[in-house]
Design a protein around this ligand. Sequence first.
Ligand code: HEM
Length: 501
Amino acid sequence: MAGSSMNMVFDDIQGLARYAHGKLSATSFLLLDVADATAARAWLLSAPVTTAVPVSPLPETALQVAFTAAGLRALDVDDAIIEGFSDEFIVGIAADQSRSRRLGDTEGSAPGNWAWGGQAGDVPHLLLMLYAIPGKLDHWQTTVQGTDFEQAFRLRQELPTHSLGAIEPFGFVDGISQPDIDWEHKQTTNLHERDRYANLLVPGEVLLGYPNEYGRYTERPLIDPVDDPRASILPAAEDDPGVRDFGRNGSYLVLRQLHQEVPKFWQFVDREAGSDALERDRLASLMVGRQRDGTPLIPSSGDPVSNRFTFEHDPDGHQCPVGAHIRRSNPRNGDFPPGVTGLVSRLIRILGFGRNHPREDLVASTRFHRILRRGRTYGSLLTPEDAVKPGAPEEDRGLQFICLVANISRQFEFVQNAWSMNTKFAGVHDESDPLLGDRKPLVDGSATDGFAIPREEGPVHCLHGLPRFVTVRGGAYFFMPGIQALHYIAGQESVQRGAEA
Ligand code: HEM
């Protein structure tokens, strides 16, 4: 196959796994249901889905497609294949109360209040993502949809998207820190521990069918070609060449529509800052962990994207509060605390001795919990200066949060639950993520609406009574297949018919 690097086959991978399509700032995200399975498969078979093969000059349009478990069923994919996916994908993001509680999807964010995806009948079958340079989207949409589209699909909803340039609605530059996917296989997965934080991540943390950071293959549907000769169009499983890999080069895609109350955010911070604009900016940047222009609060070593830093030399959070959004969502630690290198000190650490600092060892190693973010914003721009004015319009603004992972529970759900929503994180308590927290008091009545700002020069400065700034409006777990798996899904009936003829 063309476009391979070592054993990566970029023409079998959807482009979104490798590129954020940042230049293609006009988007249309369509939630669709299958209206006619035969017509839908025929459309999918010829859909111009964008692959991860680099193109020069950069393309002016892109198309990606992903399916829920309900969508795969509607396209007549065998139950045996669907059962090969992880439970959380099959069950879905909203069907189980305990999952909703763990994700912080309660009260205003409870699935029952979602605009889409919250109830069994509300789960869309597929997500079609169209991207284009400004001015080209309508034409691209007409080209992509062609003539049979309306017969094949029912439009459930077009999700709002609107580019604010590089910033998200609260006004901070977003999309800076991403794991660096090791497409060239520079790093071995045989290493079972890594002392230091590294940003390089094996492809198996984003794509199915490759070794993950544990050196293992994540569970996925595998098909014996003896049972299903059509499966021979799929790649062989790397770890079991006798069977075909339906998951290979595919990725789970988590989509959550997150409504952001921009005036509420800035008016709260403004009150805490005594209406001092500089102090307001400072407090808000401590909540995020970066300044509005993206500059990290920890000095970063001359890297153009300001991402080469860890929190190793700021254990108490004097520079970047331990509970800041970026520190909770990526604590940037290695498998062992700094200084633990030799076999003996590792053993001491594994047995739970030799801790120098109460926070050490409490936070899991980051490399097993990375996510590749691909979200887009919606709603109009409201600057902090305008947002603090009385009566500032509380319009519909937010983030279509999207991330790609190979394991939804170990990556997205872990970050959301164990790090963002957790009211006990790395020694901080009575607070959860300052941007995302649901602020619900715990069962024992203790508050979760604080935010601690440790200071070198004095006692910790605590903000209290943070309101909820972000509410979930919809969401679903999708699978974004590799191109061959897409063709398998799309081509099955025609092959079946051929076999019958
Ligand atoms: C409306 C909701 C959200 C807003 C406004 C927001 C905003 C931001 C901003 C401004 C940054 C810093 C810029 C950057 O490094 O890209 C950031 C980083 C990040 N966010 Fe969020 N975010 C939101 C939701 C989420 C959610 C739901 C998750 C995951 C469950 C998440 C995970 C991350 C991660 C992993 C990083 C990078 C951290 C790092 O590696 O330093 N964010 N976010």
